[in-house]
Design a binder for this molecule. Structure first.
Ligand code: 5RP
Length: 223
């Protein structure tokens, strides 16, 4: 199976997983990226079984609306039972690196609101120690160089993602060379740097379930 076929398989599995939990007034939190896009396409097939969605990016909102799924402002929602999103890396405790698509801040906000966070990924994303994938950090533009110098002090090699402006109008630094053995601590330390909006470690709020697409089928991992 190709990587894209594995992503499609986990997207289908995610819809099967959430379908029994959905009610006519349910609102589903939806992530960003190619795996999340497959999920949206599958979710559209059962769009009459729930109310609508909250999107973690403008691109996701557009795709949901194209499928005729109503998109709600997070501020108008009292509770969100479930959030489904991809990841760039996951360790075995289901701490994640996200932000390859530059949507990390909104993704983290929607994940924080959700009762259950289901990560969907192909098997290449599961690692023993995170950090091979460069850690995205969203920064206020005027703070970019200062934050980069502080990240070097933490042992990383930050690289400015040229030409990318987030949905929030900010810049992204991709931090290479980290071996992330304590993701909770590193997430907190990077978020403590003035000028950082957030970083792509989802460790304080990790995933609850990882649906992993493998050549042997979709596996369900729990934290
Ligand atoms: C976007 C993300 C994505 O979830 C992550 O980059 C994985 O993307 P894909 O599903 O395309 O492999 O965090 O900001």
């Amino acid at each position: 199976m190709t990587q894209d076929e594995l992503k499609q398989a986990v997207a289908r599995a995610a819809v099967e997983y959430i379908q029994p939990k959905l009610e006519l007034n349910s609102v589903v939190g939806v992530g960003t990226g190619s795996t999340a896009n497959h999920f949206i396409d599958q979710l559209a097939l059962i769009k009459h079984q729930f109310d609508g969605a909250v999107a973690s990016s403008d691109a996701t909102a557009d795709r949901l609306r194209d499928h005729g799924i109503p998109v709600y402002d997070l501020n108008s929602i009292d509770s969100l039972s479930v959030y489904i999103d991809g990841a760039d890396e996951s360790d075995h405790r289901l701490c994640l690196i996200k932000g390859g698509g530059a949507a990390l801040t909104r993704e983290k906000i929607v994940a924080a609101c959700a009762d259950e966070f289901i990560c969907i990924a192909d098997e290449s994303k599961l690692v023993d120690v995170m950090g091979v994938f460069p850690l995205p950090v969203e920064v206020i533009p005027m703070a970019r160089s200062y934050v980069a110098r502080e990240l070097v002090k933490l042992g990383g090699s930050p690289e400015y993602r040229q030409g990318v402006v987030t949905d929030n109008g900010n810049h992204i630094l991709d931090v290479h060379g980290l071996s992330i053995t304590d993701p909770v601590d590193l997430e907190k330390r990077i978020n403590g740097i003035v000028g950082v909006v957030t970083n792509g470690l989802f460790a304080a709020r990790s995933a609850d379930i990882l649906l992993l697409g493998t050549a042997e089928g979709v596996k369900q991992l729990q934290a």
